[in-house]
Structure formats: C-alpha cells, structure tokens
Design a protein around this ligand. Structure first.
Ligand code: M6R
Length: 609
C-alpha cells in the first residue's frame, strides 16, 4: 500500500532514503521516487519498476541534500507510469510530497484547483495535496499543510518538504501508518520500523489527525488544529540484523528458516513450571475471562488461516464455541456479539485496514478485543484491549511465513490457558500438551535441514498451471495456506479444500496433469479417510504429493511423493505441516524466475479497505 520514508539531518539524505525504501519495498514496488532539497532547490527523480531496476537507470543515491523524502508505490488511483510515481510537486516546484493512502474527494478538489489555475501532471489522487498546500502557502509550510489537510477526506501518511524552508520535514497521518524515528542530530519519518532500524530504535507512532514538524535535532507533534501533543517514545527491541537477508537469496527463504527461533522467542517467558504465563498480557480479570462463552476471531489472508486453526484448537481443547470471520466482512454485517463474547483479532502487521475496522466495530458493541500481533505499537495493538505479541521479528517477505507459525503457537498457548481456566483440561494434561509444544523448534530445525525432496518436486512440477491442496480437521486450514502461498509467489492457480469435499465438485478437475498436495498426517480422526481420498485421486490419474508423519509406510505405497514431518500431537501437526508447503511455494517461484519477496500486485501491509 505504498511505503514512505523521510530524512532530515547532517548526512546526505539520498542513500539513507534509498536504503530505507528497499526495506519498505514489500509495501509496493510498481514505481519509486525520491526528492531532496539541494541549495534551496527541490530535486525529484522517479520511474516505474522495482528500486534496483530504477537504480540501473537513475543514480538515486547521487542526489545531494541533507533533507529528503521518498516513496515506493502500489497503485490505487492512476496507472503505473513515471508521471504517477511519487514524489509529486506543486506548480511552482517548491513543494514536494509523498503519500500513502487514498484521497476520497480528490476529484472535486482537483476540479476546483484546475479552475484556480493549477496545472496537474499526473492522474493520481495524491497530486491534489501538493497543489492544495501551494494554495495555502504563505511562508509557513506547517500551516499550509494543516490547512490543506482540513479540506481532505480520506486516508494519508504524508511527507512534505519545501525548498523555501529547507530545515523542516513535515509529516501527517490519518488511517495510514506513519512513525517518527528519533536519532542523534537526525530524524526520520517512515511507514514502518525496518526502514529506519539501522539508525534508531526510538520511535513515535503518529495517531490519526496528528502532524509532526521535524528538524534535524528536534520534533514537535500537534493535532490537526495546531495544539501541541506529548507522545510516548517507544523503544523497539528488534535487532537490525533481522531486517537484513543475512546471506539468504530472499527474505522469504530466510524467514522460513527463522521459524524455530521465532517460536522460541514467542514462547520465551510464557511457560513457567508447566504454567502458562499470559494472564498479565491478557489484561482481563478472572471474572471477564470466566464469562467468555463465545469467541469470534477476525483476520485476513494468512492470519485468517491461523484463525481457522485456532478455532479447531479452542473448540477441541477449551470447549469454547468459536466463529471465524473475514475482517472485511465483519463490519458490513450486523455481528451478534455482546459482553460475553471475546473478539480476537489476528494480524502480522497490525495495520491491516479491514482488521482494524472490525476491531472498531467490536468495540462499538462493548466487546473486549484481544489481538495477536507481530508489530509492537502498531495500530491494531494500540486499539485492542490487550495484545498477545508474536515475537517473530520483522517479516519482510510479502508472503507471510514465520508470523503464521508464531500466531499458531500463541493460539495454542491461549487455548491451553483457557482450558485451565474453564477446567476443560486438568493441570497434568496441560503440562503434557505444553511439553509437546516445547519440542516444536527442534522438530522444525530437522524439517528445515532436509528439503531436497521438496526441491525435486518443485523442479518437476514448476510448469503446471493448477494445483489442489487437500486436508481435513486441523490441517484443512493448512491446505488453504499451502494453496495461498503457491498462488501468491508462483502465480500458479491453486485451491485448498477439505479433502472429503473434493468429491462434491473439484474432483472433476483431476487428470494426469493435476498435482494434488495432501496434508495426511496420522491421527485418530480422519487419517484412514484421507487415505481413501488419496485413492480416489490416484484412480483418476492425479499426481499425489503427501505431507505425512515420519515412518508412515502405508502412505508411501499409494502417494507419488511423500514428504515426512516429525511426529507430534495431531493438533500441533499443522505447525509443522505448513513448512514444506512454504518451501514448495518458494522453490516453485524461484524455479520460475520469479521474485518471491515481491509478488506482483501484492503489498505486505494492506492499509486500504
Ligand atoms: O498483516 P496481516 O496479518 O493483517 O495481513 C493479512 C493479509 O494481508 C496477509 O496475511 C496476506 O494474505 C499475506 N500476503 C499472506 O502471505
């Protein structure tokens, strides 16, 4: 949904902006641009393509000046052209802006501005902001920006510089994320933390309708009416190394391999003497927890798949009825929730607009909201009653991997905590179930160290046009996730289904060209039935790739390929089974010469509804 970064300080701005922009590229990569002020002149360079591609044509980092803004675009209004790339200028060329969001009344504003003599050079909604600021400029860029914003309807994270006031960087936010980064004799603005982590870990999260004026050694935050606001400085505890590829070819591969560490960090301090230590984080009284009679989980994409696994866990172990909602649908219905319902919101980024709106809807109805979020201080974490963080570290690859397994671990912990509280499981049983959880990081390591078979399968099937992913019970969501991963990064059409549902329609697709991935781990519930479903595919000449429990000889007799995962509880098998599917998607994408970190049309953080 576009990334922005701005810098003011003593260093040359351009290299810092471009490096930061590369860390934000997961937010948009159809075009990019930069603007600095050099000797009281605004300079702008921009083009279409990924930053590396543009850098082959334009020496971005060569731009002089100690103040600047830059942008990577995910187009909403206006096609992907050089003219529509940001930054955008006013008519005089003195004001330059970058924007993430959507200006909803841009059309009527544009007509008025044109009537007043403004000349537009793009078809974006953003450009109206530059001209509106120009219209309001009277020697004070802060005031002009404030007055312009008062006329705007919509969402924005905005960076503004003005050649007539080269010692000021202006930032403003409404609905789109924006942080200030506070350094020594230098300050930053950015859409997300990884962009500035190399320079500072001290950040301030701007809220809606807040503006900031940054100089190289100061900052001032005000509301839209110009009233001063004091805000808390948050210290980010991510290691800047985590935002680097560290020798891996892609972030996606690195993040798949980081899963054992992500799980260990997520468990850290949360299990003590066989007890689950999350009561304080949950920030709900015993009375509030006891009266929960129903849970509604809202999320999007991969986080929604995690929610489906959570439903299985909570109903199976804690015996609490659970419903899963697409966050984007939740607020446009009339959800029946009340003070006995707990809403759980799951989001890696903590900035997904649909999930944020669902939380607001729940809160309007007096329902407590607990969120499971990866990014500390993000909008969703701030607006929830409490947060159970996943400690997966920054996830930069657009396809979510380590955040997903960390979400499943938090859901499992929460399930066991509620099982204890609701007395659906006794302490001994909870201890036993926690022991299995503790083994997961090591089991993941084993799985990750042996991926030759997955690579071989991807080499053979990389040119297929379709694939099916089938699973049952707790592994049905894993089938959905496997299909989503493959679609996202390889552009192969893939569908996930409950294995038994296949015979109600999708079986018509099966022929000798159709690879079918089964998640067929051993369990007491459906394993035999899944074997039957595999036979049905084989009888129609389909190609079967099975994710199976190690040592399963039976499945080897019927499947074409078997990828083994270590033995664990059925309910935890989902956390292991997804790993080969992530790797499969990764290898197929790279075999097809695609960049899995930047799949076409996608953005890591979907901050528009
Ligand atoms: O940051 P969130 O978890 O709220 O993001 C939700 C989805 O946009 C996200 O999971 C998306 O589906 C990813 N591209 C999946 O890989």
């Amino acid at each position: 949904m576009c990334g922005i970064i701005g810098y003011i300080g003593n260093s040359k701005a351009a290299p810092i902006l471009i490096e930061g922009l590369k860390r934000l590229e997961y937010r948009g990569y159809d075009s990019a641009g930069i603007s600095t002020i050099d000797k009281n002149n605004i300079i702008v360079e921009k083009d279409i393509g990924k930053i590396n591609e543009i850098e082959n044509k334009i020496n971005f980092s060569g731009l002089d000046g100690n103040i600047g803004i830059s942008h990577c675009r995910w187009a909403t209004h206006g096609s992907v052209t050089k003219e529509n790339a940001h930054p955008h200028l006013d008519c005089s060329g003195n004001i330059s802006i970058v924007h993430n969001g959507i200006i909803e009344n841009f059309s009527e504003l544009k007509q008025k501005l044109i009537k007043n003599g403004h000349k537009f050079s793009s078809s974006t909604d953003t450009e109206v902001i530059a001209h509106l600021i120009e219209d309001n400029y009277n020697g004070d860029i802060e005031k002009a920006t404030r007055n312009a914003l008062k006329q705007i309807e919509g969402s924005y994270a905005l960076g503004v510089i003005c050649s007539k006031e080269p010692d000021k960087l202006i930032a403003a936010r409404n609905e789109s994320p924006l942080i200030l980064g506070l350094g020594k004799d230098e300050n930053f603005i950015a859409s997300d933390v990884p962009a500035i982590l190399k320079y500072t870990n001290k950040v301030i999260y701007l809220e809606n309708n807040e503006m900031a004026v940054l100089t190289k050694n100061n900052y001032l935050i005000k509301d839209i009416n110009g009233n001063k606001i004091n805000k808390k400085i948050v210290e980010i505890d991510w290691d800047s190394e985590l935002a680097e590829k560290s020798g891996y070819e892609h972030f996606m591969l690195k993040e798949i391999h980081e899963q054992p560490r992500a799980i260990t960090e997520t468990l850290n301090g949360r299990i003590e003497n066989g007890n689950i230590n999350i009561k304080e984080e949950l920030n709900l009284s015993n009375e509030e927890l006891q009266k929960i009679s129903r849970i509604v989980i809202v999320a999007c994409g991969t986080s929604w798949h995690a929610a489906l696994v959570g439903e299985f866990m909570l109903e199976e172990l804690a015996k609490i009825p659970v419903e899963i909602e697409y966050a984007s649908e939740f607020r446009y219905r009339n959800p029946v929730i009340n003070e006995n319902t707990l809403v759980i919101a799951i989001s890696q980024s903590g900035e997904t607009a649909d999930t944020l709106s669902a939380i607001r809807e729940a809160k309007k109805r007096n329902t407590k909201v607990v969120s499971i979020v990866n990014v500390k201080g993000s909008s969703i974490s701030r607006e929830s009653d409490s947060v159970l963080y996943t400690y997966a570290g920054p996830e930069i690859g657009v396809a979510s991997t380590k955040a997903f397994t960390a979400q499943l671990v938090v859901l499992y912990l929460f399930t066991l905590f509620m099982s204890g509280l609701k007395k659906s499981l006794d302490d001994e049983k909870i201890k036993e179930l926690l022991e299995k959880l503790r083994k997961l990081p090591l089991q993941m390591e084993t799985l990750l160290n042996d991926n030759k078979e997955i690579k071989r399968i991807s080499d053979i099937y990389k040119d297929k046009h379709n694939a099916l992913f089938l699973g049952r019970g707790v592994n049905f969501p894993i089938a959905l996730e496997g299909a989503l991963k493959l679609k996202e990064v390889s552009y192969i059409h893939a569908e996930g289904y409950p294995a038994a549902e296949m015979k109600h329609g999708p079986i018509a697709l099966i022929d000798k060209n159709m690879p079918v991935v089964f998640i067929a781990t051993k369990d007491i519930y459906t394993y035999k039935k899944v074997l039957g479903n595999i036979q049905e595919i084989k009888a129609r000449d389909g190609i079967v790739i099975a994710i199976a429990t190690e040592g399963d000889e039976e499945i080897k007799k019927i499947a074409d390929y078997v990828i083994e995962i270590p033995k664990t509880l059925y309910i935890l098998s989902s956390i292991l089974a997804v790993i080969p599917l992530q790797l499969l998607a990764y290898y197929v994408a790279t075999d097809r010469n695609l960049d899995p970190d930047k799949p076409r049309n996608l953005s890591k953080s979907v901050t528009v509804e």
